[in-house]
Design a protein. Structure first.
Length: 367
């Protein structure tokens, strides 16, 4: 903070400068001097004066251009400008206003008039600075609060996602499935969604919803769920009900990805040719998320060890999927699957069953 207000006088005539200086110095102002437009701009940036008294007619860069450049610069734009000219016609004044001048003085400059102009504009500058500082402070506070809010929301989101993963893992425990299974199927499904061109938000919802596809198994008795041999027809009827149980557990949510999960739970065992369960839906009557999940779930089941079977090789699993094109699976999804097998196998390796990795990250989005 400077003691006295600083006035920059820009004029190419030494005599004019001395005249103004002689009026302002005794009134308690400090003076800085510029003898051409370029020098005036340099001093404006360097000294950030309280008022600029600007001669219009200067060699090289004239006063209009200096005023325009002062106004263009974010830092200097709040400095008041008074144009001084001996060309008093209206056109000059309009040009000066358009260039950004706040006021005018005519040559020869009258002392009282100069005092009045400078005095009020020094106050305007102080007010402008105060306003700008306040605005900057406000913006910085808003940014800080927004950052805190975002961090808090991120934590809540992570906590809710982790809770879902852990609950799903609890449901899968009965079925001898692993945390790896949950991660693999959800990432397979998300990769397929990306390949199929679904929007990022939809893909993220699928990634979060997919772990819940078998949550209904919680309603299937253990002796059926864990039976090593073939199920009887009656046991099958109950086993198939895990799709309905799951959708009942998840129904009625206002959260987008839980609504997705409800649809996935109900439809992930439907088949393209209509021979699936529980509804026997056919073709694109099966919701897309259900068709995607079917592909992801079956590939993981094929390549994983289950109570009733060994893990198949990747090659054999690919062969089975190929055979399922147009009967078990949506042909477009099979094609999408085979165009991203490198990424699918990366996920398979990353979330192999021997790795204990419960927290739902990192995922295909790298978050
Ligand atoms: Fe299932």
């Amino acid at each position: 903070m400077r003691e006295k207000p600083l006035i920059l006088v820009a004029d190419d005539e030494e005599r004019n400068i001395r005249l103004i200086e002689a009026m302002l110095l005794p009134m308690g102002y400090d003076i800085a001097i510029a003898q051409n437009g370029r020098q005036a701009l340099e001093k404006v940036k360097e000294l950030f004066p309280d008022v600029v008294l600007l001669d219009i007619m200067m060699p090289g860069m004239d006063g209009y251009e200096v005023a325009r450049r002062i106004r263009k610069d974010q830092y200097t734009r709040i400095i008041p400008i008074v144009m001084i000219t001996n060309l008093g016609d209206v056109k000059d004044r309009v040009n000066a206003l358009e260039a950004g001048a706040d006021d005018f003085l005519s040559k020869p400059v009258e002392k009282l008039e100069l005092m009045a102009r400078v005095g009020s504009l020094v106050k305007v500058k102080a007010y402008n600075v105060h306003l700008r500082n306040y605005q900057e402070k406000l913006e910085s506070e808003v940014n800080q609060r927004t950052g805190q809010l975002k961090a808090a929301l991120k934590k809540i989101k992570e906590a809710s996602h982790e809770t879902i993963y852990r609950l799903c893992r609890a449901a899968e425990y009965k079925d001898d499935n692993t945390a790896g299974h949950i991660h693999r199927v959800s990432n397979y499904a998300a990769l397929l969604a990306i390949k199929l061109g679904l929007r990022k938000k939809t893909t993220e919802s699928i990634l979060l919803a997919a772990p819940m596809h078998d949550v209904g198994k919680i309603g299937v008795p253990d002796h059926i769920l864990q039976k090593p041999g073939k199920l009887t027809p009656d046991e099958w009827v109950i086993m198939k009900m895990h799709t309905v149980f799951g959708s009942k557990i998840l129904e009625g949510s206002h959260v987008g990805y839980i609504r997705f999960a409800e649809v996935i739970a109900l439809t992930h065992h439907e088949k393209w040719d209509g021979s699936g369960y529980p509804l026997g839906l056919k073709g694109d009557k099966i919701p897309l998320v259900g068709r995607i999940m079917a592909m992801a779930d079956v590939f993981d089941a094929l390549t994983s060890k289950r109570p009733y079977k060994k893990a198949f090789s990747v090659e054999k699993s690919f062969e089975i999927i190929k055979q399922g094109r147009e009967n078990h699976f949506d042909p477009d999804i099979v094609d999408a699957f085979f165009s991203i097998t490198d990424q699918i196998l990366d996920v398979k390796e990353k979330y192999a069953d021997d790795e204990i990795n419960i927290i739902p990250k990192p995922n295909v989005f790298g978050t």
